[in-house]
Design a protein around this ligand. Structure first.
Ligand SMILES: Cc1cc2nc3c(=O)[nH]c(=O)nc-3n(C[C@H](O)[C@H](O)[C@H](O)COP(=O)(O)OP(=O)(O)OC[C@H]3O[C@@H](n4cnc5c(N)ncnc54)[C@H](O)[C@@H]3O)c2cc1C
Length: 310
């Protein structure tokens, strides 16, 4: 049984809670688990010290991790982490780092893993139309989608060792531009409410925002909405040419359910569709469907959520 090296996911310099899901994913493959925390300040790794089921926590310190150069990240990690199967979160940046790390170590990579049974790793292919299971023969690098594995508990007190690493920075970030919207990003959200062309106008997205604020959701959009209205930014687009999301709850409002939209959200745990057309394809993939206009359905939903949560 080979060792499993979990690379902690960092969001704004702190450990993302999804890292505890990576530990759980690694546990399903067996072997001793080491959590590696890329950081510029070793105290960042303290949050990983409490994870259950972990043998070691290593804070890998390098100035490289202050930037966004994936090749620098990969070279710093490669110089500092032990051998074994490497487990990362399937975010855009970590998938990039993971593939570079795999190339450096001569290992195969399996991206977007959604299920693990021993050394059998399953991930969606053909825009989510089918699943593929591959068997890892020895060490591999894999990226795991968020919200698929239950997070491990956090009652332990593991020692944190610190390793200094150097990375070869090939590119440097000159300027970071703030995202246009201060709202929660769809790729980080546990609940998403998305609007399509059926919303009628970009101004009507305020109705989705009101529901989102009540239930702590992010607001997403179909490509038709993004392409039709310049007020709806591409960063909100879910689908084949937008973001792949995997929330616990996805509410699709005025979205027909084209295959390219489904490609980005069909693995959501629960899908709720609101559409005035009972034959809209989205209903074939929804756990719950409301055949109504959003003008009828959203106020009822908003009232119910407010009285439940308020
Ligand atoms: C290469 C390629 C890549 C693509 N990538 C993506 C992608 O990443 N993401 C994506 O979303 N699409 C993508 N598309 C586009 C995709 O094929 C669809 O055109 C798009 O998803 C349709 O968006 P929609 O459902 O909002 O609009 P429509 O297809 O116009 O559907 C609108 C829906 O709203 C309903 N409706 C209308 N009025 C109301 C109302 N008042 N209340 C309730 N329901 C109402 C209608 O019944 C209809 O079902 C891609 C296409 C191609 C070719």
């Amino acid at each position: 049984m080979t060792n499993k090296i979990v690379i902690a996911e960092l969001t704004k310099g702190t450990i993302n809670p999804a890292t505890a899901e990576l530990v759980s994913a690694a546990q399903s493959m067996g072997g001793e688990i080491t959590v590696v925390v890329p950081c510029t300040d070793a105290t960042t790794a303290d949050a990983a010290a409490s994870y259950d089921g972990v043998a070691k926590v290593i804070a890998v310190k390098s100035e490289v991790f202050a930037g966004n150069d994936s090749s620098g990240w990969a070279s710093a990690l490669d110089s500092a982490i032990p051998n074994g199967t490497v487990v990362c979160l399937a975010t855009a940046r970590s998938k990039d780092v993971a593939s570079r790390l795999a190339a450096r170590r001569g290992l195969s990579i399996v991206q977007d893993v959604v299920s693990i049974e021993g050394s059998n790793l399953t991930s969606p292919i053909y825009s989510g139309k089918a699943n593929q299971t591959v068997t890892a023969n020895g060490d591999v690098v894999l990226t795991v989608r968020a919200n698929v594995f239950n997070a491990v508990g956090s009652g332990s007190s593991n020692d944190v060792s610190v390793v200094d690493a150097s990375g070869d920075v090939k590119t440097a970030v000159q300027e970071v531009m703030q995202r246009a919207s201060a709202r929660l990003d769809v790729s980080e959200a546990n609940i998403i409410i998305s609007g399509g062309r059926g919303m009628g106008s970009p101004a009507n997205f305020t109705h989705l925002e009101a529901v989102a604020d009540t239930i702590g959701a992010a607001v997403g959009a179909s490509r038709a909405a993004v392409d039709t209205w310049e007020e709806i930014p591409h960063s909100m687009q879910v689908g084949q040419t937008g973001k792949t999301v995997n929330p616990n709850l996805y509410i699709a409002v005025g979205i027909s359910g084209a295959i390219q939209h489904l490609a980005g959200m069909r693995s959501s745990k629960y899908i709720v569709a609101i559409n005035k057309d009972a034959d809209a394809p989205i209903f074939q993939h929804a756990d719950y469907g409301i055949v109504a206009t959003w003008e009828e359905a959203l106020p009822v939903l908003q009232d119910s959520f407010s009285s439940l949560l308020g």
